[in-house]
Each structure stands twice: as structure tokens, then as C-alpha cells.
Design a protein around this ligand. Structure first.
Ligand code: MLT
Length: 409
């Protein structure tokens, strides 16, 4: 029996699994260490009471004949789809049709599964550093060639670093699919309307598709930064947008997200042009029974007045933490980016230290867990990511400890 050798050939464990493994090993050796986790972007604030109440009521309702729900509609309940369209799109003047919204158990599965729609020989482009799911999921499908000297032979890398102000250049070779994530994970940086427009214009001209991961849009504070790629004219022809309730509403453990696939986005199957919306409908109805009713009710509650008030309180709390990290590390001589419109702070490692060495140093000397930049791709080497998702108190303490380490270098 033959297995998928592309999975076996992946270079190492999934980044956050690898970090968890190292932290577990450290904790086993140092059971009294007071670790502060600013590594994986997992939230710490409890759910909004209003949202949790909606979920609890729906769950209890399931024990009554009137409130019981069996299989959910394949692409999501219309009450949630309508709330999303109204709350995230119509309110910004963007027209999205109900059959262009697909509810799922999160943006990570969506961006991982989406590549099933692309042909085996599609060329993929990513910004570098990048959220590893885009790369690993395509590597698992054998699209990226071989991994040599830290790079995939068929993957097109668009470096983002301090030298280019974290603004990627357009691909110079033909890319069928380009993954963009803004506000960016991991760098915490953003693209303005004008910067994003260049990518949309490029995709239309090249007949390419942009997979736009907007999981962090709730953190945008600047007026010149789009919340949705569909704020850019023409994007309906070339872009798919993936969104999540994880970071804005604390659903990392609840699981709910959604994807927008406009009818106009299409590609070639042989000589025929086929809508990706149609292909995704076919895939979703075959492989998924959707998201549970109580979770979809909870997600819809995010959009009403009280839901919005309560979730945005948490978003502001995390943005304040990001400010604490930025200010604290800059004051300690660090060079930091992001963190103004994002929960992620991207810092240059001191003295260009290797990012895994800096990870080990902070773990051992400060008992602080971050994420080494190299785990996000070759251009992440020499950088380190910290998240603002811990509590204010632990964030302040972590910054104090990291500053102590920096002072000794
Ligand atoms: C991250 O730390 O990059 C995120 O938590 C990953 C995710 O949302 O899956």
C-alpha cells in the first residue's frame, strides 16, 4: 500500500506543534518555571457573555422539539450568512450575494482545503514570511516540488522585510494562485488601498487568483487600509476572502469562520471556464456537514449591537497589549514592526541572532515563549514574532523579562 509521500517529505513538524513540543520538553525539565506564552496566536479573554448566552440558549433549545436542529444547510444558516453580509460587507458598500458565503469551522481549514480546487501543476506564490498553512497544504498535495536549502523548488516567494517596508513586489513569473494575508500574520503589517490595488490589477491581468486571508481585519485602526479585498475595484473577478471569528470574537476553541467566493472568480478546466464558487459548492456539500447550530447562532450574535460592543472591547484590549510590547521593546533597544493594526509584533532578533537561537534564549533566560521567524519562511530568519493575545499583566511581565535579556546582550 502506498502512502502520500508528499506529507512524509515535509521538512519538520507543523510550526506551532514543534514549538509546543519544545515548550513541553522544557516544562518537564523545569516544572516550576513560570512560562509566559506569546507564541501561538491563541486568545485568552473569555467569550462575550452575550455571544455565550446565545450559544447556550441554542444548545438548550436543541433539547426541545421546537428548537431541535439536525443537519445544518451545507453552506451555513441564512441567519448567519445575512448577518455576515450586512455586518461585514453591505455596511461598507460591498455587494455580496448569499450564495457566495460559505460558513465553515474556521479560516485555517478553509485556506488548507481550498487548494483542492487548484490543478496539481498550479504555480503558487506566497509572501515570505507567511502563515505556514498555505505552504504546507500545497506541499502535501505535491504542488511545491522539492524542499532544498530551506526553500520549495516550485514555490514563488515574495520576500517582505524591513528593507522593502514589508510590502511584497508583484510576482515576476506566472503565478496561478497568490496567498495574501492582511493585516499580516506574522509581520503584523498592513497594505493600503493603493498597495493592495496593484495585486488585484496584476491578478486580473494574469488570470490569477488571490486567496485573501482577512482573519485579523477587526484589528485595523488606520483609515487607509481596506477591511476587505472587495473594497478594491475588480476584486470580485479574482479574489477569494477567508475570514474567522477566532481572533475578533475569541472562537479559537469554538470554531467558526467563513469564506467568500464571488461567482465571477473562475479558472480553466481543460478549455472550459468554470466558476470556483460552483466547484466549492460541490466540494463542501460532499465533504462537510457544516457547523453546528449553536455555534452558528453564537457567530450571528457577534453582529448585533451588544455582540459588537463586547467583542470590540477584547480587540481593543489586545491592541493595547500590542502597544505595550511595541513600546516596551523599542524602549529596550529592540527594532519592532506591526502591532498597530494587528495583534502581532515582529521584532528583529538582536545582533541578527538566528531566530530559533533567540527562541531558546528567551525560553531559558526569560521563560517567555515566542515564535521564531524562520518558522514562517526563509525571509523570517532574523526576526521573531510575539502575540498580544495574553493578559495585560502577563504581557507587561513578559516585556520586562525580554528587556532584561536584551540589556545583557
Ligand atoms: C498563529 O499563531 O499564527 C495562529 O494562531 C495560527 C492560527 O490561527 O491557526
Amino acid at each position: 500500500m502506498k502512502l502520500n509521500s508528499c506529507i512524509a517529505a515535509l521538512p519538520s513538524g507543523y510550526l506551532f506543534a514543534e514549538i509546543a513540543k519544545r515548550v513541553k520538553a522544557y516544562s518537564a525539565l523545569h516544572p516550576d518555571a513560570d512560562l509566559i506564552r506569546l507564541g501561538i496566536g491563541d486568545v485568552t479573554r473569555p467569550l462575550s457573555k452575550h455571544v455565550a448566552q446565545a450559544m447556550a440558549d441554542a444548545a438548550l433549545g436543541m433539547s426541545t422539539p421546537e428548537g431541535f436542529h439536525g443537519y445544518a444547510p451545507d453552506y451555513g444558516y441564512s441567519f448567519l450568512i445575512d448577518a455576515i453580509i450586512q455586518g461585514d460587507y453591505s455596511s461598507r458598500g460591498i455587494e455580496i450575494n448569499p450564495d457566495e458565503v460559505f460558513i465553515s469551522d474556521g479560516a485555517k481549514p478553509d485556506v488548507g482545503n481550498l487548494q483542492e480546487l487548484f490543478s496539481a501543476d498550479s504555480r503558487i506564490a506566497v509572501t515570505d514570511p507567511v502563515y505556514p498553512v498555505y505552504v504546507d497544504s500545497n506541499a502535501m498535495s505535491g504542488r511545491l516540488g522539492v524542499f532544498e536549502n530551506g526553500k520549495w523548488s516550485r514555490l514563488i516567494y515574495l520576500p517582505c522585510n524591513a528593507e522593502n517596508d514589508f510590502v511584497p513586489s508583484l510576482p515576476t513569473e506566472k503565478a496561478d494562485i497568490l496567498y495574501l494575508c492582511y493585516p499580516n500574520n506574522p509581520t503584523g503589517t498592513v497594505l493600503t488601498f493603493a498597495q493592495l490595488k496593484k495585486f488585484v490589477d496584476w491578478a486580473i491581468e494574469m488570470d490569477s487568483i488571490i486567496v485573501y486571508d482577512a482573519a485579523y481585519k477587526a484589528f485595523i485602526t488606520r483609515g487607509d487600509v481596506p477591511f476587505s479585498i472587495y473594497e478594491i475595484p475588480g476584486a470580485r473577478k479574482c479574489a477569494i476572502e477567508c475570514c474567522s471569528f477566532s481572533k475578533n470574537a475569541g472562537f479559537t476553541g469554538v470554531r467558526c469562520g467563513y469564506m467568500i467566493i464571488p461567482r465571477e472568480v473562475s479558472g480553466l478546466c481543460g478549455t472550459e471556464r468554470v466558476s470556483l464558487n460552483r466547484l466549492w459548492q460541490r466540494r463542501a456539500s460532499t465533504k462537510s456537514n457544516g457547523v453546528s447550530y449553536p455555534v452558528q447562532v453564537a457567530a450571528a450574535a457577534v453582529y448585533d449591537e451588544q455582540g459588537q460592543r463586547e467583542i470590540m472591547e477584547s480587540v481593543r484590549y489586545y491592541l493595547a497589549n500590542a502597544g505595550i510590547i511595541r513600546k516596551g521593546l523599542a524602549g529596550a533597544g529592540g527594532t519592532v514592526f506591526g502591532g498597530t493594526d494587528s495583534p502581532y509584533i515582529w521584532m528583529q532578533t538582536p545582533h541578527r541572532m538566528k531566530s530559533w537561537d533567540f527562541f531558546d534564549l528567551l525560553l531559558n533566560e526569560a521563560n517567555v515563549v515566542g515564535t521564531p521567524g524562520e518558522g514562517f519562511g526563509p525571509s523570517g530568519e532574523g526576526y521573531f514574532r510575539l502575540t498580544a493575545f495574553n493578559t495585560k499583566e502577563k504581557t507587561e511581565e513578559a516585556v520586562r523579562r525580554i528587556a532584561g535579556v536584551l540589556a545583557k546582550l
